[in-house]
Design a protein around this ligand. Structure first.
Ligand SMILES: [Zn+2]
Ligand SMILES: [Zn+2]
Length: 275
C-alpha cells in the first residue's frame, strides 16, 4: 500500500498548499496521505508553524478529507518537537496522530536552542558551545532526549530516528560502527519496543541529498526487524513532487532485510498492511 504520513506544506516549511500534495498523491496511486506540519514552537523559528495558524491548518485538512473522501484517505498530524518542557500536542483537538522528533538541543549557557539537523555551521556551533567539541556527548544527549520523549510523551511514530547523522558525512564527527553508538541506538530501540511505537523509514534525507542512507541506517533497520518493531515508510516531503521520493529503492531494501508489512493509519485505525 502506497502512503506517507510525514508531509510538510506551506503551513510550515513546505513548498505548496496541502491540496497540491493530495492531488500528487492521487496521481501517484497513494491510498493515504498524512500531513505533519512542524508543531508551533514558543518562538518563531522560521520553519515551524505559527501558533495562530494551527486552527486554520486543522480546518484546511478537514475540508480536504471531505472533498477527496472517495479518492484517498487524508489524516491530520503534527511533527512535534521534544525538548525540556516542550508542549504536548498529542491530544490536541482535530489531530489524528503525531510524529515525535528531536531537532533541538538547549544551549543553557547562551539560553538558546540549536538544531541537530540544521546547517553545518549551526551544528558546529552546538558542538563547540554546549559540548566543548565532544561529539559523543552531543550524540548521546540527542538520543537521551529521544528516550525521554518516548518515555514521557510517546508519539505514534518516532521521527527520523538517527537524524543526528545528517551533519556527519564522511564520519566527520563520529563513527556509527563504534560500540558506544551501537549501544545507545539499541537502548533507544528497546524503549521503542516496550512502548509499541512505530519507527518511520524516512527517505527525506536521502532524497534531498543530505545523507547516503535513509533514516535509520541499514544496520539499525536490521535490528528493528529482529526486534519486530513496526515500521512505516514516509517521505518527509516538502514538495508535492517528492511524496514518493526514493520509495522504490526503499522498498527493495526493506524487502531484502525481511520486512513484509508496514503499520499505517487506515480506515481510522493503525494496522499492519503488506508493503
Ligand atoms: Zn523532522
Ligand atoms: Zn519532517
Amino acid at each position: 500500500m502506497l502512503a506517507t504520513y510525514h508531509t510538510h506544506s506551506s503551513f510550515c516549511d513546505g513548498a505548496m498548499m496541502p491540496e497540491d500534495y493530495v492531488q500528487a498523491a492521487i496521481r501517484k496511486g497513494f491510498s493515504a496521505i498524512g500531513f505533519t506540519s512542524h508543531a508551533p514552537f514558543f518562538f518563531d523559528t522560521g520553519w515551524t508553524m505559527k501558533s495562530e495558524k494551527l486552527s486554520e491548518y486543522i480546518g484546511t485538512i478537514k475540508e480536504l478529507k471531505e472533498k477527496y473522501k472517495n479518492r484517498i484517505q487524508i489524516y491530520t498530524g503534527l511533527e512535534t518537537d521534544f525538548y525540556p518542557d516542550s508542549r504536548d500536542f498529542r491530544d490536541y483537538p482535530g489531530i489524528d496522530y503525531t510524529i515525535g522528533s528531536v531537532h533541538f538541543i538547549y544551549d543553557e549557557k547562551n539560553d538558546r536552542y540549536l538544531t541537530v539537523d540544521g546547517p553545518p555551521d549551526e551544528f558546529r556551533e552546538l558542538l563547540g558551545s554546549v559540548f566543548g567539541g565532544n561529539a559523543r556527548a552531543l550524540v548521546e544527549t540527542y538520543y537521551n532526549q529521544l528516550v525521554e520523549m518516548i518515555r514521557t510523551q510517546p508519539p505514534d511514530i518516532a521521527g527520523h530516528l538517527d537524524v543526528i547523522k545528517k551533519n556527519n558525512a564522511g564520519n566527520e564527527y563520529f563513527d556509527e560502527t563504534e560500540i558506544w553508538y551501537r549501544n545507545k541506538v539499541e537502548e533507544v530501540l528497546c524503549i521503542i519496543r516496550e512502548k509499541n511505537i512505530t519507527v518511520e523509514i524516512n527517505t527525506g534525507g536521502i532524497s534531498r541529498g543530505y545523507t547516503a542512507e535513509m533514516y535509520p541506517s541499514e544496520w539499525i533497520l536490521k535490528l528493528i526487524r529482529e526486534m519486530d518493531i513496526p515500521v512505516v515508510l514516509n517521505s518527509d516531503a516538502h514538495h508535492p513532487d517528492w511524496i514518493d521520493s526514493y520509495y522504490s529503492e526503499a522498498l527493495k531494501i526493506l524487502k531484502r532485510l525481511g520486512f513484509s508489512h508496514q503499520r499505517v493509519l487506515y480506515n481510522g485505525r493503525w494496522q499492519n498492511v503488506l508493503l
